[in-house]
Unconditional design. Structure first.
Length: 245
């Protein structure tokens, strides 16, 4: 697997991808949930549910939600699984602040705790979780293999990893429609609503360069995962990757 080209939110800025991604999400945090629902026409909620249902039979109990953001996946998982403990980790304090408000409102603080931290340097012991998941997070890592290896390290033997990430539709005319929407329409709506003109341009660019399908599956294998499978959703706009340790 060739090294993929990295893009950063703010071109011509010397800061690392990690620090640019952190400040971008700090800025968009207040608008993030609203824009997700608007720009995906609420389809993201269906994608999330579908991904969580893939592990419904396993009913994981101790879960790490990597790049948890505003904690949507952690919160939604309490309706589909019966978790005892979920740790949601994110590098952006502002995303976590929004997430914490949602958790408090739903009285889920006894199950979900949020932590500010870097997915590429986890402080947890080896094999601490029976499931690790990441929704729309891994594309933003500075060092993808390091982040995935860390997810693998903290996962129990035979535990499950579930990753939901954007991919590129390959079939006509979806590929073309998706491209026009993602490249031209979505950044304009994002610019008007999020107060960060670059954030939704970065979304398009980062999806274009990010490995998907078999390419991403081989990186999962390279970083220690086995039994890697994937399921494209909505003609490949995003994909659920499942793997075991
Ligand atoms: C597109 S958001 C996804 C949030 C959430 N998982 C969801 O499904 O809505 C990406 C998140 O990844 C976080 N992130 C990016 N790099 C990270 C890293 N190295 N460690 C922890 N969080 C990171 C960002 O701060 C942001 O909250």
């Amino acid at each position: 697997m060739a090294e993929y080209k990295k893009v950063t939110p703010y071109e011509n800025v010397v800061d690392s991808k990690k620090s640019q991604v952190t400040s971008m999400f700090d800025k968009v945090a207040p608008y993030y949930d609203f824009l997700n629902r608007l720009l995906s026409l609420r389809i993201d909620v269906l994608w999330r549910k579908k991904a969580l249902r893939m592990l419904e039979k396993e009913q994981p109990k101790v879960i790490l939600d990597i790049a948890t953001g505003t904690a949507d996946m952690a919160i939604m998982s309490t309706k589909i699984w019966s978790p005892e403990k979920i740790i949601g980790l994110d590098i952006s304090k502002e995303m976590l602040r929004v997430g914490q408000t949602k958790i408090d409102k739903k009285n889920l603080a006894n199950i979900i705790s949020l932590e500010n931290g870097d997915s590429e340097n986890l402080h947890f012991e080896d094999e601490s979780f029976d499931t690790v998941m990441a929704a729309f997070g891994v594309r933003n890592f500075e060092n993808l293999e390091k982040g995935l290896s860390e997810m693998n390290r903290v996962l129990q033997k035979n535990g499950s990893c579930m990753i939901l990430e954007f991919s590129k539709p390959r079939v006509f005319p979806l590929k073309q429609i998706f491209n026009i929407y993602f490249k031209y329409i979505l950044p304009v709506i994002g610019k008007l609503t999020s107060k960060d003109p670059k954030a939704y341009e970065y979304l398009y660019k980062s999806v274009q360069v990010f490995p998907d399908y078999d390419n991403f599956a081989s990186i999962l294998k390279k970083t220690g995962f086995v039994d890697v499978t994937y399921k494209p959703l909505s003609f490949g706009i995003c994909t659920i990757y499942l793997a075991k340790k």
